[in-house]
Write a protein that binds this ligand. Structure first.
Ligand code: FAD
Length: 395
């Protein structure tokens, strides 16, 4: 039996390695000159390949009730990396290779492909379902395979080879595609003051509101830019924000620049004023970046205790509940992943085989499963790759 795998990224390579355990003929079709190009850019070149906190709340899908059926082979992923000889460096539950180099993961994976046929520089332009098996078609030739794994990735980071072709193949075969949208991506707005604070990084709590309803909160390093907001905490809000914007809903991010205050805000300002005897502007300047103060300082410069109640409330609000209207996200070019994809209702989540097209398997970012920042998207790739590799060998 011949198994074809279109796409030699994280999920395709895992599918190939596991398929090869029980099949003689496994072939990867990869458009780049080498497999695993995207892995090199992951985790800022360090590859955050796993996270020990595998709570399902770190994953999103339009059918979240199916997620627990998918995430049930953590032990196999960890065994696999152990078998590769990867020594993890674990920081707050985030797994990186001890070398701190994504190339360690890439090279270890490529090494496992030694006995597998890899057709590099091979762009698949079309697939054809036959009564039994598939034709995999490029500009120059047609190759028959009995079983086919689609592992072409999403629209995100097209420089690395993934430009959404897999969605088109799947749509033609009758699958439902939940509209792919940029995710783990920066959020944009149009505020004049962005040019004042551009370049500032600060710890903050950010809250996403959709039609005035609180949807998600994150704490972390916030990056203020000339177009809007960035940073991991913002990336983790971007999936819900992008979907809401696409549905023409109102999206707002509220920033708490002082997340360290855990008591009544007014009491805290009064206490700090008593301790320092500083007027409000100087008080803020001793805590926050001066460019943030320039934007949020909108009351008379007096001791906090000498402000009117309305002025006190105003400055507290600007410091702890600063509202920004979100108008868009950056593009697929800047996004780390895509949300949406092929409906997982149409996939057997143990084998990754399509329920609509026999002998067709789907992996990785093509699926309507998206993870938070923190190793979760590669987790989806490894798990679906392993399942598909074992799945093709099942009968
Ligand atoms: C900048 C950046 C940083 C990231 N950091 C992390 C991180 O630290 N941790 C984490 O968990 N996730 C991270 N991710 C996300 C993670 O890399 C992806 O979710 C994961 O690689 C998806 O795997 P995949 O196999 O589905 O697709 P991909 O890795 O995109 O692989 C798809 C492959 O298919 C090939 N292909 C596509 N179409 C064709 C075709 N028609 N013919 C032949 N070949 C084709 C492509 O060239 C590509 O090699 C990051 C992503 C980016 C862009």
């Amino acid at each position: 039996m011949k198994v074809g795998i279109i796409g030699g990224g994280a999920s395709g390579v895992l599918a190939a390695i596991y398929a090869k355990k029980r099949n003689d003929e496994v072939v990867i079709f990869e458009r780049n000159k080498e497999c695993c190009k995207k892995i090199l850019v992951t985790g800022n070149g360090r590859c955050n390949y796993w996270n020990e906190d595998q709570d399902l709340s770190h994953y999103q899908s339009t059918t979240p009730e199916l997620l627990s059926e998918f995430f049930n082979i953590d032990y196999e992923v960890l065994n696999f990396f152990k078998h590769l000889g990867i020594v993890p460096k674990i920081k707050n539950g985030y797994y990186y290779p001890f070398s701190n180099q994504a190339s360690t993961i890439k090279n270890a994976l490529l090494n496992e492909l030694k006995d597998i046929e890899v057709k590099n520089n091979y762009l698949v332009t079309r697939i054809e379902k036959l009564a039994k098996g598939f034709n995999v078609i490029s500009d120059n030739e047609t190759i028959y395979v009995d079983k086919l794994v689609l592992a072409t990735g999403s629209y995100a980071a097209p420089k690395t080879g993934s430009d959404g072709m897999g969605y088109k193949f799947l749509e033609k075969l009758g699958h439902t595609i939940i509209k792919p949208l940029p995710s783990l991506v920066q959020l944009k707005g149009y505020e004049k003051y962005f040019r004042i604070w551009t370049g500032v990084r600060t710890d903050a709590k950010v809250s996403l509101f959709i039609n005035q309803q609180l949807v998600r909160e994150e704490i972390g390093e916030l990056q203020l830019t000339n177009y809007g907001l960035s940073g991991i905490c913002i990336f983790n809000l971007s999936n819900a924000a992008a979907r809401a914007l696409d549905n023409k809903l109102e999206v707002e991010v509220n920033i708490n620049f002082m997340p360290f205050i855990d008591i009544d805000y007014k009491k805290w300002f009064i206490k700090q004023t008593t301790i320092t005897n500083k007027k409000i502007k100087e008080l803020l300047l001793s805590i926050l970046n001066e460019k943030i103060v320039e934007v949020i300082f909108q009351v008379p410069n007096k001791l906090f205790t000498n402000l009117t109640e309305a002025e006190q409330n105003k400055i507290i609000n600007l410091c702890t509940n600063f509202k920004i209207k979100i108008t868009g996200t950056n593009t697929f070019n800047e996004a780390q992943v895509c949300s949406g994809g092929i409906s997982i209702k149409e996939i057997d989540l143990q084998t990754m085989e399509s329920k609509l097209v026999k002998d067709l398997y789907v992996t990785g970012e093509l699926l309507d499963i998206t993870g938070d920042c923190g190793g979760y998207n590669l987790s989806i790739a490894w798990i679906s790759g392993i399942k598909a590799g074992l799945g093709v060998a099942n009968d």
